[in-house]
Design a binder for this molecule. Structure first.
Ligand SMILES: Nc1nc2c(ncn2[C@@H]2O[C@H](COP(=O)(O)OP(=O)(O)O)[C@@H](O)[C@H]2O)c(=O)[nH]1
Ligand SMILES: [Mg+2]
Length: 277
């Protein structure tokens, strides 16, 4: 979606299950407006209410969509137990098979993977792309336009998404947590924005003052987040601030604190607060 919309909307990390929400990216051209929904990957064995909420985002997105772009990573194993197979069968909208990461594989692999999916699902098109190199993304866009129904634009032409800036700020911090911490730690974290104020630096430049709280499940994780003499959280604060500054295009003052909120992944109230409802 980022490659198609040309903006950094969804956070990207090498770890699975980074995306936990449905994120909308709007692309408006001379003759069209396309509304993309990026969703989490489908969680095969939901262990927490959070996972169930993630799966509901996927299902809800399918219900609203006019077209499904089934993005498969060409380096991933082909698996008959993939729950996406059943989901695609249920969807009665056109499906374009998008085989991503073509930069990493040989032509033969692309053909094999395409055959595998076409044997098991009904697709209208298959296209290999590289989101990383923006290879074939223009062609993909042209194919998409062939299959979507005509209608009025739903959003103003300059609108890129439906989420407020503070949502993206919390996502950027989550991305940096995924990049800097290992094992179960990123999966145990949620980020809440406590306050977001626009003010001015001493020199009169615009400044965003942001207070964010990182919620963890356990006291030990809080220790890991902070690190020795607070070194880890300091690093997290710096890389997050730089990324937020580039996203907001203003100077940012970022204050991070860590709080324990045990069991938040199964706590209805916490999930509601964190936008999973
Ligand atoms: N080589 C290569 N890597 C990619 C490509 N697209 C995404 N990636 C990498 O794959 C990883 C997962 O990407 P992400 O967008 O988070 O995938 P998601 O988990 O499906 O949301 C990241 O490390 C990306 O940089 C691509 O076209 N080529
Ligand atoms: Mg993602």
């Amino acid at each position: 979606m980022n490659a198609l919309v040309g903006e950094r909307m969804s956070i990207i990390t090498p770890k699975p299950q980074t995306t936990r929400h449905r994120i909308i990216g709007i692309l408006t051209g001379q003759q069209f407006q396309l509304v993309f929904s990026d969703t989490p990957g489908y969680v095969r064995d939901p262990a927490y209410k959070m996972h169930k909420a993630m799966n509901r985002f996927v299902e809800g997105t399918l219900e609203d969509a006019d077209l499904l772009l089934l993005v498969f990573d060409l380096t991933e194993e082909l698996d008959d137990a993939n729950p996406v197979l059943a989901m695609v069968k249920k969807a009665n909208i056109p499906v374009i098979l998008v085989l991503n990461k073509m930069d990493l594989v040989k032509e033969q692999r692309i053909q094999d993977v395409q055959k595998w999916w076409e044997k098991r699902t009904t697709t209208v098109e298959a296209i290999a792309v590289s989101a990383l190199d923006s290879k074939n993304t223009g062609q993909l866009l042209e194919r998409i336009l062939q299959y979507v129904p005509e209608g009025p634009p739903y959003y103003p032409v300059d609108q890129l998404t439906d989420r407020p800036e503070r949502f993206f700020v919390s996502e950027i911090i989550r991305e940096k947590i995924f990049l800097l911490y290992q094992d179960e730690v990123p999966y145990s974290c949620e980020v809440g924005i406590e306050s977001f104020q626009e003010s001015k630096t001493n020199a009169g430049e615009p400044l965003a003052r942001i207070r964010a709280v990182i919620y963890v499940l356990r006291e030990t994780q809080k220790g890991i987040l902070l690190g020795k003499q607070g070194r880890s959280i300091k690093k997290l604060g710096t890389v997050s601030r730089l990324a937020i500054e580039s996203f907001l295009q203003t100077k940012v003052f970022l204050e991070l604190t860590v709080k324990v909120r045990s069991n938040w992944r199964d706590d209805e109230r916490a999930l509601e607060q964190f936008g999973y409802k």
